[in-house]
Design a protein around this ligand. Structure first.
Ligand code: BGC
Length: 758
C-alpha cells in the first residue's frame, strides 16, 4: 500500500482536477501530462514490465510461456506485467489486480484482455454471418452487449474486431471477419468499435477494442493459416489497410499485429506497417499488442537469431506489448543496457500503454471493471432477444424456387427435420465462443417445434453424424466418413413427410484459427445423405450452418430452397424458424462470394479486369475451361420473400469535380406481396487510372424497408473522397477521367451510368 501511495501523491494534482464519475470523458491533454508524470517515476525494468502480457491459465491459443505460475505471480507483484489475457471472473481479475496494486512499487493497474469475438456469454452470429445483416446498428448493439457481459466478469479489453480482408474460403478464420470487401469491413469495424468502446473508454460498461491482425493475415497463400502473404504495396493500401485506417480514425484503443510474413518481413517486425503507417502517417496514439508469441515466432520465420534478437526487431518496428511470448521480458532490459536499443523507443511504447490505461480510468479506480454486483444485474433475457433479432437479420436466402418458402404448414402437414446439425445445440455457438456454453443454442429442431405448435407433426432423424470423437478448440475435427447406420431412418422419415428441412454444414470447430481446409463442400457423408433424401422427397429446404462459404453447386441445381444460416449463436434455431415460417422476411446479403468450385478460390467480386477479361469465342481469356469464372452466389446477393425492382439511375450531373458532389437517385420498388427490406448497394469503377483498378468497388449502401407496391427514391451522394485510391505516386488521390456508377441489390445485377470527374 505504501508503494501505491507514492503514485497517488505524485499524481494528486491531476487527479484532483479529474471528476471521479465515469460519465465525464477524460481530457486528452490531461492524460498526456499524467502519462509523462508516471513515466518519469519508472525504472527501466518497470517500463519493460508494462510491455509484457501474461496468459491467465486457460483458453490457450498457442504454445504457453516457459514461466510457471509461481514465477508469473512474483512478477505481477513486482509490477513487471502490463496486462493479462484469459483471466475470466471478477474474483480472478480482482486477485490479479491486487497482486499488482498491493505489492508493486508504483501500482500501475493491469488490463485484462480476452477474445470476445461474437459475444461473451450470449452468443451472437459469428462475425462473417453478422456482417451478412449489413445492419450496422444491430452490429453496434451486439458489441455493446458483449462489452457489458465482459466487464461484468472482469474483462475490460477485447481482441476484436478482426478486420482482415479474406477472400479465400479455405482459410478457417474467414468466419471471424467481415469478408472480402474493404468498404463493408470498414463500416463494420467502426460499428463494432463504437459498440465496444462507447463514447468514453472510462465508462465501466465499455471495453477497449482491438483492430486485428495488422496486416495481411487474411490473404495467407492457398488459404493455409499462418502462411506467407504475397501482397504488393498497391493491394496492401487499397484493399487491406482501409478497414484498419477506419478503425484508427474511430479511436480504437489497441491494434494487434499478425503472424504472417508480408513480402519478406513478418508483420510483427514490420517498421513500415507499425511505425511508418500506423503511428506515423495515421498518427494513431494507442498501443500495438503482438499476436500470441508472434515476436518469438520471428525466430522460426528465420528473421531473428533468437528471442532477444526478436525482441529487438519487434520493439524497433513498433510492436509495443508482447503477448505471452516472453521475448520482451527476457531481452529488452539487456538490449538497452548494451546500447542496442534506444530507451526512448521503450518510453514511447510505455506511454502508449499508460495512455490507454488512463483513458480506461484504471488509475482512478483499478477495480472499476471488477464489480461483483454487475453480473447479477445483467438483463440476460433482453440480451437473448437482441441475439435472436441480429441472428435472423444475418440469414441469407440463396434460393427459393416456386416460393417454397415461407412455409405455411396446415394441421395435416408433416415436416421431417433431418441432418447431423438438425438437433445440434452446440454448432450454432461457433468457434471463438468465449464463455458461450457448450450445447446452449436453440437447435433448428427446437426452433421449428417452437414455431409450429402442436398440430403440425414434426419428425426428426440425424441421418449421419458429421464428426466423430472429441470436439475441441485445439484439436482438428475427425469427420465421419463411414457410419451410414442412420441413413435408413432418415430416408423413411423423409418419405413419409410433406416437406424436409435438411440441416447441413460445418461443425463449430471446422472453421476458426488453424482450421484451413482444401475441401469446402458438405463434408463427410452429408452430400450423400442429401442426395439420398432428395430421391424420396423433392420438397427440401436446405438450411446451412457454417462459418465459411461452402461449395454447394449440386444443391443449387437440385434443391428448391436454400437458406444460409451461418453459426448464428444462442438463438439460432428460433431465428431460423422465424425466417422459414415467414415471421421474418429475410434481408441478409452475402459478404463473401460463394464459389462454384473450390478451385476458384480466392474468389472476390472486386477483381481487376486483366488484359483478357472475356471472350466466349476463344479459350485464351482469363477464365476456366471447366466452370464459369464468376461466383455461384455473388457478393451482396440475397433473396427476400418479396421482389424489388430497380429503376434507371438518375445522376444530378454528368460531371463533378473536387468541389462538387454528384447525386445518384434510383427508384426501388417492392413488387411483391409482403413488406421487405433491401440492401441497396452502390459500386464505382474508375475506368482508366495510373494503376489498374477493380471492375467495381462497393462505396455506399442503404438498408430500406418497403411496403408491398411502395417505391422509394434512394439517393446516394458521390464525393471526391469516394474516388480516391492509392495511386502510382503512392498517394491517396482521385484522378480525372470517366467513372461508372452501378446500383443494385447485389454485385452482379446492377444498373449502370457514367460520369466524368474533372
Ligand atoms: C490469435 C488472436 C487471438 C490471440 C489470443 C491468437 O492465436 O491469432 O487472434 O487474439 O490468439 O487468444
Amino acid at each position: 500500500m505504501k508503494k501505491f501511495s507514492i503514485l497517488i501523491i505524485c499524481l494528486f494534482g491531476y487527479f484532483s482536477t479529474q471528476a471521479q464519475s465515469s460519465k465525464i470523458p477524460s481530457s486528452v491533454e490531461n492524460v498526456e501530462k499524467k502519462v509523462d508524470s508516471v513515466l518519469a517515476l519508472m525504472t527501466l525494468e518497470e517500463k519493460v514490465g508494462q510491455l509484457v502480457q501474461y496468459n491467465g491459465s486457460w483458453d490457450l491459443t498457442g504454445p504457453a510461456s516457459e514461466l510457471g505460475n509461481k514465477q508469473k505471480e512474483e512478477n505481477l507483484k513486482k509490477g513487471m506485467v502490463g496486462s493479462m489475457l484469459n483471466v475470466l471472473s471478477v474474483e480472478a481479475t480482482t486477485e490479479a489486480q491486487k497482486m499488482v496494486m498491493e505489492n508493486s512499487r508504483l501500482g500501475i493497474p493491469l488490463m485484462f484482455g480476452y477474445d470476445v469475438i461474437h459475444g461473451y456469454k450470449t452468443m451472437f452470429p459469428v462475425p462473417l454471418g453478422e456482417t451478412a445483416s449489413w445492419d450496422l446498428k444491430a452490429m453496434e448493439r451486439s458489441a455493446q452487449i458483449a462489452a457489458l457481459e465482459s466487464v461484468a466478469h472482469g474483462v475490460n479489453w477485447t481482441f476484436s474486431p478482426m478486420i482482415d480482408i479474406s477472400r479465400d474460403a479455405r482459410w478457417g478464420r474467414i468466419m471471424e471477419g467481415s469478408g472480402e470487401d474493404p468498404f463493408l469491413t470498414s463500416q463494420v469495424a467502426v460499428a463494432k468499435i463504437k459498440g465496444y468502446q462507447g463514447e468514453d473508454l472510462a465508462d465501466p460498461k465499455t471495453i477497449a477494442a482491438t483492430a486485428k491482425h495488422f496486416a495481411g493475415y487474411g490473404l495467407a497463400e492457398a488459404g493455409r493459416d499462418y502462411n506467407t502473404v504475397h501482397l504488393g504495396e498497391n493491394e496492401l493500401h487499397n484493399t487491406v489497410l482501409p478497414p484498419f485506417k477506419a478503425a484508427a480514425n474511430a479511436g480504437v484503443a489497441t491494434f494487434m499485429n499478425s503472424f504472417n510474413d508480408l513480402d519478406g518481413t513478418p508483420a510483427t517486425g514490420s517498421k513500415y506497417l507499425q511505425r511508418d503507417i500506423l503511428k506515423g502517417a495515421w498518427e494513431w496514439k494507442g498501443f500495438v499488442v503482438s499476436d500470441w508469441g508472434s515476436i518469438t515466432e520471428m525466430v522460426n520465420h528465420g528473421f531473428a537469431r533468437d528471442k532477444k534478437h526478436a525482441a529487438e526487431i519487434a520493439l524497433k518496428a513498433g510492436s509495443d506489448m508482447d503477448m505471452e511470448g516472453g521475448a520482451y521480458e527476457a531481452g529488452l532490459v539487456e538490449l538497452v543496457k548494451e546500447g542496442d536499443l534506444d530507451e526512448r523507443l521503450i518510453d514511447d511504447a510505455v506511454k502508449r500503454v499508460l495512455r490507454v490505461k488512463f483513458k480506461m480510468g484504471l488509475f482512478e479506480d483499478p477495480y472499476r471493471y471488477s464489480d461483483p454486483e454487475m453480473a447479477k444485474n445483467l438483463n440476460m433475457e433482453e440480451h437473448l432477444k437482441v441475439a435472436r433479432d441480429v441472428a435472423r437479420k444475418s440469414i441469407v436466402l440463396l434460393k427459393n424456387e416456386n416460393d417454397l418458402l415461407p412455409l405455411k404448414p396446415s394441421g395435416k402437414t408433416t415436416i421431417a427435420v433431418i441432418g447431423p446439425l438438425a438437433d445440434d445445440k452446440d454448432t450454432p455457438i461457433g468457434n471463438w465462443r468465449a464463455q458461450g456454453e457448450t450445447n446452449s443454442a436453440v437447435s433448428v429442431l427446437e426452433g421449428v417445434e417452437n414455431a409450429v405448435g402442436k398440430e403440425v407433426k414434426v419428425t426428426y432423424a440425424k441421418g449421419a453424424a458429421l464428426g466423430v470423437g472429441e470436439r475441441s478448440f485445439l484439436m482438428p475435427l475427425k469427420i465421419n466418413k463411414n457410419d451410414r447406420s442412420g441413413f435408413a431412418e432418415a430416408i423413411k422419415k423423409a418419405k413419409s413427410a410433406d416437406l424436409v428441412i435438411m440441416v447441413l454444414g460445418e461443425d463449430a470447430f471446422q472453421s476458426g484459427e488453424g482450421r484451413s481446409q482444401v475441401n469446402i463442400g458438405l463434408e463427410g457423408l452429408q452430400q450423400e445423405l442429401l442426395e439420398a433424401v432428395s430421391k424420396v422427397n423433392e420438397n427440401i429446404v436446405l438450411v446451412l450452418i457454417n462459418g465459411r462459404p461452402l461449395e454447394i453447386t449440386w444443391s443449387s441445381e437440385n434443391i428448391p430452397a436454400i437458406v444460409e444460416a451461418w453459426q448464428l449463436g444462442s438463438e439460432s434455431g428460433n431465428a431460423i424458424a422465424d425466417v422459414l415460417f415467414g415471421k421474418y422476411n429475410p434481408s441478409g446479403k452475402l459478404p463473401v462470394s460463394f464459389p462454384r468450385a473450390v478451385g476458384q478460390e480466392p474468389l472476390y467480386y472486386n477483381q481487376k479486369n486483366t488484359g483478357r477479361p472475356f471472350n466466349p469465342e476463344h479459350v485464351t481469356y482469363s477464365a476456366y475451361t471447366d466452370v464459369e469464372k464468376d461466383a455461384l452466389y455473388p457478393f451482396g446477393f440475397g433473396l427476400s420473400y418479396t421482389t424489388f425492382e430497380y429503376g434507371d439511375l438518375e445522376l444530378s450531373s454528368e460531371e463533378m469535380d473536387a468541389d462538387s458532389e454528384l447525386t445518384v437517385t434510383v427508384p426501388v420498388k417492392n413488387t411483391g406481396k409482403v413488406i421487405g427490406k433491401e440492401v441497396v448497394q452502390l459500386y464505382l469503377r474508375d475506368l482508366v487510372a495510373s494503376t489498374t483498378r477493380p471492375v467495381k468497388e462497393l462505396k455506399a449502401f442503404e438498408l430500406v424497408e418497403l411496403q408491398p407496391g411502395e417505391t422509394k427514391e434512394v439517393k446516394f451522394t458521390i464525393t471526391e473522397e469516394m474516388l480516391q485510391f492509392y495511386n502510382a505516386d503512392k498517394e491517396w488521390a482521385s484522378e480525372e477521367g470517366e467513372f461508372q456508377v452501378m446500383v443494385g441489390g447485389n454485385s452482379r445485377d446492377l444498373k449502370v451510368e457514367s460520369f466524368r470527374f474533372n
